[in-house]
Design a protein around this ligand. Structure first.
Ligand code: PA5
Length: 459
């Protein structure tokens, strides 16, 4: 068995903080489409109020209404049991992680980022099964040996149909290949501590399981066992991930927007929507390892904020449409539209300060004439130049934009990013006057699909 890699949380001197540059969201930085100091001043009493609400609703640790904002502080207590299970999973060559939406996207994004930088050769390969797709499942099983495969099934409700059917198929496969008793030693469940089909199954069959804290919703759960178990199994340093989240939380304790980046970002994005008609929020990482952070953000933002503002009748529905783009590829695909179509967008660029892996560009004499500007350059320098150029033209076009510069690509920085966005989302929800933690329309769809399958309604 290969124990997970542990590292103690980084000490103060090695803690590199995410650099958050909001200057181009303001009128001074981007021109008429940016937020004015007046608009921000007018919102100040409301910002004080929502900050107080966050403080009040975060009281009570894991039982608080906003428990998702306390995970950096409470989850370290559960790490021993999570890491013990992760150690068991590390005897496998492959681990299939079944889950959908909030029960998958966070772990998938962090895994994608960290494997690019620091794959753990002693760790199993994770395969995330999210969508129901027979081709994908067939291809996955065709090349797998049950003996060497573990399965983690993750569902907070414990009954999401996409997750349940894939788990049923995989259980069946394990049982046919290994026999019922042996198959049990290949399964782990992460679900509600008391309710649901998976929880009952865990009890009935004595399957190893971990709880999803009841007050933490799917899209806010990457820093619970939902994300930490598969990530620890894959060799991601989950202690440092939580330490990063704690450092972000520590930056967001005051009601002063100039000293609380989450509150400032929420305020600016809210004002840009309601005063400046910015209806599209584009996250554009300039680093492939961060690509799936865009998918995680898309769900967090859309499911939390895309709601009717019942508290404010007469106002249009809340929420800017989150979109993921990629630098530099989308310069060759989307940029034309960004520069000449509507001014209805806000951009968030994610960039890396240092690249642990880089290439010097070999420039033979015969190519020098064609690319004289590449002489002596590294690949990362070219990407940085492309980012700077894109940001400049986006700014000159008048699109408000923000840059999050990652000082390194590691667990500590990714942990900060996760905590920051979870906070921004909660603050933004409160500004819109909606509940950022529910998803009534998603539940509607789930129920209707079940009715259709049951024949209660014609499909
Ligand atoms: O964020 C959410 O609440 C949803 O995206 C859920 O995570 C998703 O629907 C899966 O639900 P469950 O974890 O109950 O299977």
């Amino acid at each position: 068995m290969n124990p997970p890699r542990h590292s103690s949380a980084p000490n103060a001197s090695s803690r590199k903080l995410l650099q958050i540059d909001t200057a181009r969201l303001y009128r001074d930085g981007v021109g008429a489409e940016g937020v004015t100091t007046n608009e921000l001043d007018e919102l100040a009493p409301e910002l004080r109020r929502i900050h107080q609400t966050v403080l009040e609703k975060s009281r009570g640790g894991i039982d608080a209404e906003f428990a998702s904002l306390n995970l950096h502080a409470v989850m370290p207590d559960s790490l021993a049991s999570i890491e013990a299970m992760a150690a068991q999973l590390r005897r496998f060559e492959d681990v299939i992680v079944i889950g959908i939406g909030g029960s998958s996207l966070g772990a998938k994004a962090v895994h994608h980022a960290m494997m690019a930088v620091r794959p753990d050769p002693a760790a199993p390969t994770l395969h995330f099964l999210e969508n129901i797709d027979s081709y994908r499942l067939h291809a996955l099983l065709q090349n797998r040996q049950a003996e060497k495969t573990g399965v983690i099934c993750i569902s907070k409700s414990g009954g999401t149909v996409e997750t349940a059917i894939q788990y049923l198929i995989l259980r069946d496969w394990l049982e046919k290949e290994l026999g019922k008793d042996k198959a049990r030693a290949h399964q782990w469940l992460v679900t509600d501590p008391a309710h649901g089909w998976l929880r009952e199954l865990a009890g009935r069959e004595n399957l190893p399981s971990l709880p999803v804290p009841p007050m933490v919703g799917g899209r806010f759960s990457v820093l619970t066992a939902v994300g930490l178990l598969p990530l620890a199994a894959a060799g991601v340093d989950v202690r440092t991930l939580l330490a990063g989240a704690a450092d972000s939380a520590a930056r967001c304790v005051t009601e002063d927007i100039h000293a609380n980046p989450a509150l400032e970002i929420a305020a600016l994005f809210y004002l840009l929507d309601v005063h400046k008609n910015k209806r599209v929020s584009i996250m554009m990482p300039y680093a492939d390892p961060l690509e799936l952070m865009g998918d995680w953000y898309r769900q967090l933002w859309a499911e939390s904020l895309g709601k009717r503002m019942e508290a404010r009748p007469g106002r249009p529905p809340a929420g800017t449409l989150p979109v993921r783009a990629m630098g530099a590829v989308d310069q060759h695909s989307q940029l034309q539209m960004y520069l000449e179509s509507r001014l209805d967008k806000i951009f968030t660029f994610l960039t890396l300060d240092s690249w642990e892996r880089d290439f010097s560009i070999p420039l033979p004499e015969e190519s020098r004439k064609q690319f004289p500007y590449l002489a002596g350059k590294k690949m990362s320098q070219v990407l940085e130049a492309e980012f700077q150029a894109t940001r400049q033209v986006i700014t000159e076009t008048g699109h408000p934009n923000m840059t999050l510069r990652l000082p390194a690509l590691d667990e500590h920085v990714i942990g900060q990013l996760i905590d920051l966005y979870q906070r921004v989302t909660v603050y933004a929800g409160l500004l819109y006057g909606i509940n950022p933690l529910d998803q009534p329309a998603v539940e509607k769809g789930k129920k209707l699909a079940i009715q259709l399958l049951s024949g209660d309604r014609p499909a």
